[in-house]
Write a protein that binds this ligand. Structure first.
Ligand SMILES: NC(=O)c1ccc[n+]([C@@H]2O[C@H](COP(=O)([O-])OP(=O)(O)OC[C@H]3O[C@@H](n4cnc5c(N)ncnc54)[C@H](O)[C@@H]3O)[C@@H](O)[C@H]2O)c1
Length: 320
């Protein structure tokens, strides 16, 4: 799939990963349309591009067929990043999650089919899709066994892309991300710890037993790997894990965040159990051999990525 200089649609492009992707697409002289309903964000991180006329912003919902169609004129590639991202919300309201993530997905695919748009890159999820994998690091060939409706919605979306590629000649890439962290993210364990410590710097409640061990990746590496793969793929349906080769425990992250915030004598408490919440995958490390075989490897270590993110949180929302 050619990216440089192309006209592309980014759904969810005002969000965390999407806005970083948009920055890079603008650098690559792409003609970018962002479709986002701003349910989870504002235009803050893409406003400069809008003001300079570098991108077009459409406020709308991926479930609205006419809106999606109106964004597809002369588009050569769709990055589908809009989603209900919250595992816990998917557990408490699986139908809402299905509506945005699966109905939204098929709406995009159907609009692409009817408007002869042939290339799609999808933001999928490694950990939530594999579930309680006993092969670690988990390769792309491991059978999906989601343990949350969110994971199921990502698996279902991938199956639809596969079918559309086979039936209608689309070319698709599904990017199974590890936990992505970095500036502009307003969810995940590090954000949770920062918020809790800001409110109460002397104690920190950890969800689960703190021994959950997962892989984290800086958003700049995530976007660079995503674009690297996209440019290498020419046909069919393709799946890639995207993550780092390191994994750390929740306890380790807690210590790192507490140190960086220069706090002392913080009392840790635990809600207990192997999972932080229903649907939480306690162990996640993705095999990235396939990604490395295509000539890409991570540039940032987990510690550095966590530090960069906490530094941004402090600059943006204040020190404690
Ligand atoms: N952040 C991670 O660690 C991670 C890991 C695996 C997969 N992903 C996937 O990557 C993608 C981006 O995630 P993110 O972390 O940037 O989340 P995010 O919430 O910051 O971005 C999602 C964007 O989609 C928009 N959106 C939500 N519902 C919409 C709808 N119905 N119509 C139009 N726009 C809508 C939101 O307003 C938001 O701007 C998502 O598909 C997510 O599932 C993220």
């Amino acid at each position: 799939m050619k990216v440089k200089g192309e006209k592309v649609l980014v759904t969810g492009g005002a969000g965390f990963i999407g806005s970083h992707l948009v920055d890079r697409l603008v650098d690559l002289s792409c003609d970018v349309i962002v479709l986002d309903n701003l349910s989870n964000t504002t235009t803050e991180y893409i406003q400069d591009h809008i003001d300079r006329g570098r991108i077009e912003f459409v406020k709308g919902d991926v479930r609205d067929f006419e809106t999606v169609e109106s964004c597809l004129d002369d588009i050569s590639l769709v990055f589908h990043f809009a989603a209900q991202y919250d595992v816990r919300r998917s557990v408490s309201d699986p139908v809402y999650d299905f509506d945005i993530n699966v109905n939204g997905m098929i709406n995009i695919l159907e609009a692409m089919r009817k408007n002869d748009v042939l290339n799609i890159v999808f933001a999928s999820s490694g950990g939530t899709l594999y579930g309680l994998a006993d092969a670690i690091p988990t390769p792309e060939t491991y059978p999906p066994q989601p343990i949350s409706p969110y994971g199921a919605s990502k698996a279902a979306s991938e199956m639809y892309i596969s079918a559309y590629c086979a039936c209608y000649g689309l070319c698709g890439v599904s990017l199974r991300y590890a936990n992505i962290i970095g500036p502009r993210s307003l969810h995940g364990v590090i954000f949770d710890f920062y918020q809790k410590l800001k409110k109460e710097p002397k104690s920190l409640e950890i969800l689960g037993d703190g021994k959950q061990k997962k892989s984290y990746m800086d958003v700049s590496d995530c976007v660079s790997a995503s674009l690297h793969i996209t440019e290498k793929i020419e046909r069919g349906f393709n799946i890639f894990n995207i993550g780092s080769e390191e994994w750390v425990t929740v306890n380790y992250i807690a210590k790192l965040v507490i140190n960086q915030l220069k706090l002392t004598n913080v009392e840790l408490s635990y809600t207990g159990g192997e999972q932080g919440w229903i649907g939480d995958v306690p162990l996640m490390l993705l095999s990235i051999s396939k990604l490395k075989d295509l000539g890409w490897k991570p540039t940032m270590r987990i510690d550095a990525a966590i530090r960069r993110y906490v530094k941004w949180l402090v600059e943006k929302y204040g020190s404690l």
